[in-house]
Design a protein around this ligand. Structure first.
Ligand SMILES: *Cc1c(COP(=O)(O)O)cnc(C)c1O
Length: 420
């Protein structure tokens, strides 16, 4: 089946009541048939529901559907995008290891990798995602993962997938890609050679700004990279926390299996089944919405590009954009999602625009049906110093827009008034 069909049907068999909508299984735990059944489930001799911290039938539909859309082999939903990123990194790296992270990433990913993981003994090195020539020289025996975003939030640079995956494959290092802004309808990183994909489903997947969530999608390729690789010895040696089980020896994708058995068990950043239900609703209309978000964002970007007070518009869908070649190469039909940013003279004018818009809400979220406006330097990226801001392309005059599903003419009228 095609993606638009899979987004509506994959992973759900109607129950005995003929329920059309995927039911919300609000249950913490599941009854076992008898003690033998319980013992078999814990020993992985049989697969089935044990406890909602590990699995849930509503979340399972969402996971199967998302894995299909991304072209992956399995997926695990998490409580938030940040918990998906955190779990994926610590699944690979521990104290004494290092990770390589794009300079242009979401603010939370930047603070997680440069500050919080440092306290776990994990060192972070940065590279330029659009020009990854420095990447290879950063890789050593202790490098466990290369982290980047398809379409970086907020400067909207597009990853040079070809170079990054070539270098990662040469050294057998796992790539972890955040595909939140593009969604699988515009880009499929696994098809482009990446190993693991994460999303904040709080954004375009939820679509209405209602439910926080994240998801991790594994590929077949990550298992091949892990098996027998000294870099990932903890997958190839017995895990004493699971009575000596060796992840890479089992007939399951090892990356996602270890997240399930070890990290969900011990850390527990699991979604509510209710949020998984809301995300399932979101997936059903995602193809339509992402097309509309992309078309409207292009209309607004073209308007801003001609405005005398706007110095620069960052939107990869614009012909004038420095990312246009990569946009055409990696994004479906060159469509570039709903996020754009633009630069004006200084912070005073940028904040005046933010304060003067009426239809745009001042919100640090993205991917909502409602249009949103932010001044990144004073909000999402406030914790960064001047050098860090420069590396991720944020100036004091930068304004970020998340274009919603309203009529674009109304958005343009609102921006015209705010810029006057
Ligand atoms: C929002 C966002 C995150 C964090 O996700 P939460 O669901 O808010 O935890 C991570 N990456 C990107 C690109 C985001 O936009």
């Amino acid at each position: 089946m095609r993606d638009t069909t899979n987004a509506i049907h994959e992973g759900y068999e109607k129950d005995s009541q003929g329920t059309m909508a995927v039911p919300i299984y609000m249950s913490t735990a599941y009854a076992f048939r008898d003690s033998e059944h319980a013992a078999n489930l814990f020993a992985l001799k049989e697969l089935g529901n044990i406890y909602t911290r590990l699995m849930n039938p509503t979340s399972a539909v969402f996971e199967k559907r998302f894995a299909k859309l991304e072209g992956g082999v399995a997926a695990i939903a998490t409580a938030s995008g940040m918990s998906a990123i955190f779990s994926s990194i610590i699944n690979l790296a521990g104290a004494g290891d290092n990770i390589i992270v794009a300079s242009q990433v979401y603010g939370g990913t930047a603070t997680l990798t440069t500050h919080t993981l440092k306290r776990f003994g994990i060192e972070t090195k940065n590279f330029d995602v659009t020009n990854p020539s420095s990447l290879e020289s950063l890789i050593d025996d202790d490098t466990k993962v290369i982290v980047f975003e398809t379409l970086a939030n907020p400067d909207l640079s597009i990853a040079d997938f070809e170079t990054i995956t070539r270098i990662a494959d040469k050294h057998n290092v796992i790539t972890l890609v955040d595909n939140t802004v593009a969604t699988p309808f515009l880009c499929k990183p696994i098809e482009l050679g990446c190993d693991v994909v994460v999303h904040s489903t709080s954004k375009y997947i939820s679509g209405n700004g209602t439910a926080l969530g994240g998801i991790i999608i594994d590929s077949e390729k990550s298992g091949t990279k892990i098996k027998g690789n000294k870099r990932y010895s903890h997958f190839n040696e017995p895990d004493m926390s699971y009575h000596g089980l060796t992840y890479a020896d089992l007939p399951f994708p090892p990356f996602i299996l270890r997240i399930l058995l070890s990290l969900l068990r011990d850390i527990g950043a699991t979604p509510s089944p209710f949020n998984s239900f809301l995300h399932i609703q979101g997936l059903e209309t995602l193809a339509l919405r992402i097309e509309k978000h992309s078309n409207s964002a292009l209309t607004v970007a073209k308007f801003l590009e001609k405005h005398s007070k706007v110095k620069l518009v960052n939107y990869p869908g614009l012909d004038s954009n420095k990312e246009k070649i990569r946009a055409n190469k990696y994004l479906k039909d060159g469509k570039a999602s709903g996020l754009l940013s633009f630069d004006v003279e200084d912070e005073t004018l940028a904040r005046k625009i933010v304060d003067n818009t009426k239809l745009f809400s001042v919100v640090v979220n993205i991917g909502d049906s409602k249009s949103l406006i932010t001044h990144p330097a004073s909000t999402t990226h406030q914790q960064m110093n001047a050098d860090e801001l420069k590396a991720c392309g944020i100036t004091s005059g930068l304004v970020r827009l998340s274009i919603g599903l309203e009529c674009p003419n109304d958005l343009i009228e609102d921006l015209t008034a705010a810029l006057a």
